[in-house]
Design a protein around this ligand. Structure first.
Ligand SMILES: *Cc1c(COP(=O)(O)O)cnc(C)c1O
Ligand code: SF4
Length: 362
């Protein structure tokens, strides 16, 4: 590829990123919020930044509810429950050096940037995202890399943030060249929302960078509604899949976005059809101003039970809740069995709608 075409691709996505709607005035001009209450929305924006990706605007105009609720601010975000926290999953308690979260011995989160292609209204890091003061300087990146190099137990580096695919090709190339020199790191995982919100970012040059490594690169896509699988998004995903990068899905269970068996069936089936394996379904973290996104946990478990009976096993993610205090993700589905005594177990049949079956193992 000629250098000129690479740089024009590089600017295409950066331009597209800038075309996102970022002010309440822009949202009002597009008819997404009322002009009369702009000051209330400005108060929301002062707390939690706004970016509505250009990729969603057409669907939003057609009134797509699942997309609207994810990206358009509401005044409900100013309602904070006492149990809601700035750092709901306790990242800070496990931060040995700036930009690194090391909670599980064999893997670290590495957060070089807090820029995203969209500012999700339910984001669990909403107190940090969009704030460029938290982006790592070259010096802090070097310290983070040094930390990884100094800890041979780190098997996997998980890039998150923010959205790591908003980093420029140059920055990604540099990060990869540093990590390539650390032999105990075997896997690099990206957590990203880019394929659905900024599909232009997934271009040949990026693929080249992602393949130019001695590690195994995995990408975990954050997608919450089947409607996010636009034609452009599917093309971006195909480019990644065809280049041999395994893709997994992370979804947040969100009221009025995907809180039904039908919504989730469509999302998980579409994912598998696009070669993206559902990995985690997250119960929404206790981030401030996000109560309007939560359904009762018991209702969520009922949905999962029905899903398990309905869809192919390959479509099923693990349902998890990340509890406050930095204790990690807790899997929630153990409702298909009860241990009666040392050798006796009672199982619930999936196929026969919950019929109880007693089994003795010698
Ligand atoms: C979610 C998370 C991980 C990754 O967990 P997996 O179960 O491996 O996907 C790692 N570290 C922290 C701090 C996390 O929150
Ligand atoms: S893309 Fe991820 S980090 Fe960024 S706002 Fe959405 S949920 Fe938060």
């Amino acid at each position: 590829m000629k250098a000129s075409s690479i740089s024009s691709k590089e600017t295409n996505w950066a331009q597209q990123l800038r075309k996102g709607l970022v002010t309440t005035k822009q949202l009002a001009e597009h008819g997404f919020i009322s002009k009369d209450t702009l000051d209330k929305y400005d108060e929301v924006k002062d707390n939690f930044d706004i970016r509505v990706p250009q990729a969603f605007v057409e669907s939003l105009k057609q009134g797509n509810k699942a997309l609207l609720k994810q990206v358009i601010p509401t005044t409900e975000e100013l309602f904070f429950l006492p149990e809601e926290l700035e750092d709901p999953i306790g990242d800070e308690a496990w931060t040995p050096v700036e930009g690194i979260t090391h909670r599980h011995p064999d893997r670290v989160l590495f957060k070089p940037t807090y820029l995203c292609g969209v500012y999700c209204r339910f984001c669990f890091r909403r107190y940090k995202v969009s704030n460029s003061n938290f982006n790592l300087s070259e010096e802090t990146v070097e310290k983070a890399i040094q930390y990884i190099a100094d800890h041979p137990e780190i098997w996997e580096v998980i890039f998150t943030g923010g959205d790591p695919l908003t980093l420029t090709d140059k920055k990604l190339t540099s990060l990869f060249s540093h990590l390539n020199k650390i032999s105990h790191v075997k896997v690099i995982r990206f957590h990203t929302r880019i394929p659905s919100v900024l599909p232009e970012r997934i271009h040949e040059n990026l693929i080249k960078i992602l393949k130019n490594t001695n590690k195994s690169v995995w990408i975990s896509l954050h997608i919450n509604s089947a409607d996010e699988y636009s034609e452009d998004c599917k093309k971006a995903i195909a480019l990644l899949a065809d280049s041999g990068i395994p893709l997994i899905l992370q979804t947040v269970l969100l009221k009025d976005v995907n809180d039904s068996v039908d919504d989730l069936t469509r999302l998980f089936r579409d994912s598998i059809q696009n070669k993206v394996k559902p990995y985690y379904l997250h119960y929404p973290d206790l981030a401030k101003g996000t109560d309007h996104f939560r359904i009762p946990l018991q209702h969520a478990l009922d949905i999962m039970k029905q899903l398990r009976r309905k869809i192919s096993g390959v479509c099923m993610p693990t349902f998890v809740v990340d509890i406050p205090g930095g204790h990690g993700k807790i899997p929630l589905e153990s409702f298909h069995w009860v241990q009666i005594d040392a050798n006796t177990w009672e199982f619930e049949s999936i196929r026969e709608r919950g019929r109880k079956i007693l089994v003795r193992y010698p």
